[in-house]
Design a protein around this ligand. Structure first.
Ligand code: SF4
Length: 305
C-alpha cells in the first residue's frame, strides 16, 4: 500500500512525542515509519534510550508488556490490544508453579515470548539468541524451559550435560510449525548457492537441515557479515522486507511464503494510525508482577554479559 504524502507528514508530526517500535514481522508500511525495528528485547532496550512520553509498540502482547515493564514512566500503546501471541498463551503462570513443585531442584528458564505473569515465576529469561548461553551459565543441572519445546530441543542439543524439561511438553509457535523439511529441500534446489538460515522455533527436523540456526537479529547480522549473496529465510515472512531494504545488493527468499503470523498482522496501517492519533489502547501491567518479572530479565542481562 502506498501511503500519501499528507499522511506521512501527519505521522511525522504525531511522532514528535511518540516513539514507534516495530517488530521484524510487522507490515512494510509500519516498518517504514518506525523509529526502531528489531526483536522484542532489542525494541525494549531502544525504548529505554529514548526520551518521549509515548511508545507505540507494533508487535504482540508479551513484547508490549516488556516495554511497559521497562518504562513505567511512559505510556505504552498497541495498535490492537487483542494481538495475543498464541505461543505465549500456552504457558500460564500456574503451569510454571506446577512444574517447579514437580522438579524442586530445577531452575526455571523462560523464553522472552512469555506473558508477564509467567515470567514473574521464572529464575531467568532468555531470548532465542542467548538461550544456550543462559542455560550453560546456570549452576543447576536440571532446567525447566518454556514455552517453546523446539527452542528447548535446540538448547538440549547444545547443552548435553543438563536435562532440559520442556513446559508445556509440546509448546510451539504455530507460524514456525508451518515449515517442513520439503520446503528446505525445494528451496535448496531452486537456490543452490543460498545460505539456509532457520529460526530455532522451527521443528527439529527442519533445524537439522539448516546452515545456521539464527534468531531474527542473528539473521540480519549473518546477512551483513556473510560473503554469500543469497539467503533462504526460515522465519515469518515479514523479516524479508527489512533484509531486502537493508541489503539491496543481496537476495532473500522466504523458506515458505505462507509462513505469516496472523497475530502480528493484526496491526494494520489503519489501526496504527488510529492509535498514533487517539492514544487509547494503553498496555497495563500489574506493578507487583512487573517488579518480579523484571528480576528475571535483569538476571538474563547479567548472565549474558
Ligand atoms: S510468530 Fe509465533 S511466537 Fe511470534 S508472535 Fe506469532 S505466534 Fe507468537
Amino acid at each position: 500500500m502506498v501511503i500519501d504524502e499528507a499522511t506521512l507528514k501527519e505521522v511525522e508530526e504525531l511522532k514528535k512525542d511518540c516513539i514507534v517500535l516495530a517488530h521484524n514481522y510487522q507490515i512494510p508500511e509500519i516498518q517504514d515509519v518506525a523509529d526502531f525495528i528489531g526483536d522484542s528485547l532489542g525494541l525494549c532496550r531502544a525504548a529505554q534510550r529514548v526520551d518521549k512520553p509515548y511508545i507505540l509498540f507494533c508487535g504482540v502482547d508479551f513484547m508490549a508488556e516488556s516495554a511497559a515493564m521497562l518504562n513505567p514512566d511512559k505510556t505504552v500503546l498497541m495498535p490492537d490490544l487483542e494481538a495475543h501471541c498464541p505461543m505465549a498463551a500456552q504457558l500460564p503462570a500456574k503451569l510454571v508453579r506446577e512444574a517447579r513443585e514437580e522438579h524442586p531442584d530445577a531452575a526455571v528458564v523462560l523464553y522472552i515470548n512469555t506473558r508477564l505473569e509467567a515470567r514473574a515465576e521464572a529464575d531467568v529469561i532468555c531470548t532465542s539468541a542467548n538461550a544456550v548461553k543462559i542455560v550453560k551459565a546456570l549452576p543447576e543441572k536440571k532446567i525447566i524451559f518454556g514455552p517453546d519445546a523446539n527452542l528447548a530441543w535446540h538448547v538440549q542439543r547444545h547443552v548435553k550435560d543438563k536435562e532440559i524439561i520442556p513446559v508445556p511438553a509440546k509448546g510451539h509457535c504455530i507460524t514456525h510449525l508451518l515449515f517442513k523439511p520439503e520446503h528446505v529441500e525445494k528451496a535448496r534446489e531452486e537456490h543452490p548457492d543460498a545460505e539456509v538460515l532457520i529460526h530455532p522455533e522451527c521443528t527439529p527436523e527442519v533445524q537439522l537441515l539448516a546452515d545456521y540456526i539464527c534468531s531474527t537479529e542473528q539473521m540480519v547480522k549473518r546477512a551483513r557479515e556473510s560473503s554469500a549473496t543469497e539467503f533462504i529465510i526460515g522465519t515469518e515472512v515479514g523479516l524479508i522486507y527489512r533484509l531486502q531494504k537493508e541489503f539491496p545488493d543481496k537476495k532473500f527468499y522466504p523458506l515458505y511464503e505462507k509462513a505469516v503470523c496472523r497475530t502480528m498482522k493484526m496491526n494494520t496501517w489503519e489501526k496504527f494510525l488510529t492509535q498514533l492519533r487517539e492514544r487509547k489502547n494503553v498496555v497495563r501491567v500489574e506493578p507487583k508482577i512487573a517488579e518480579r518479572a523484571l528480576l528475571s530479565l535483569e538476571r538474563m542481562l547479567e548472565l549474558s554479559k
